[in-house]
Design a protein. Structure first.
Length: 138
């Protein structure tokens, strides 16, 4: 007979952190992970562990206590449903993060804005200025 474990509570998570480093499965692939330093500071990481195409994969869901136990379970449930449909949620998160890092500078949106709004307005003016000869230098 399989023994049923009762679900963890927020109070128990805080007690586990007080004991030091931890790597504890909460259920259905959701794992509560903290290094010694993080545990000392009262912080941990929620990690979803899953297998896709016979490969072990992990996705970091967020940090505890910013992401509560209830929210981590809900996010893990949503991600698990996508994994069952064949979506690699870890790869999707990496792709989103890469796109955000590409647009992290002000220069890229600034160049886009300039090309869209300024260049069309002054399209002919630049050629006029380049053709203009300065009478002082003649």
């Amino acid at each position: 007979m399989v023994k049923q474990q009762r679900p963890l509570t927020d109070r128990e998570l805080k007690a586990l952190l007080a004991n030091g480093a931890i790597d504890r499965s909460v259920g259905e692939g959701l794992t509560f992970v903290a290094s010694t330093t993080a545990a000392r500071n009262g912080k941990a990481t929620w990690v979803l562990r899953f297998r896709l195409n016979n490969r072990a994969r992990e996705k970091v869901l967020g940090r505890y206590p910013e992401l509560s136990l209830k929210d981590a379970r809900e996010q893990a449930r949503k991600d698990r449903a996508q994994v069952e449909q064949g979506v690699d949620v870890a790869m999707v998160k990496q792709a989103i993060k890469a796109r955000l890092n590409e647009a992290a500078t002000v220069q890229s949106p600034g160049e886009h804005w300039h090309a869209r709004h300024i260049q069309p307005m002054y399209a002919g003016a630049l050629e006029t200025v380049l053709e203009w000869k300065n009478p002082v230098n003649q």
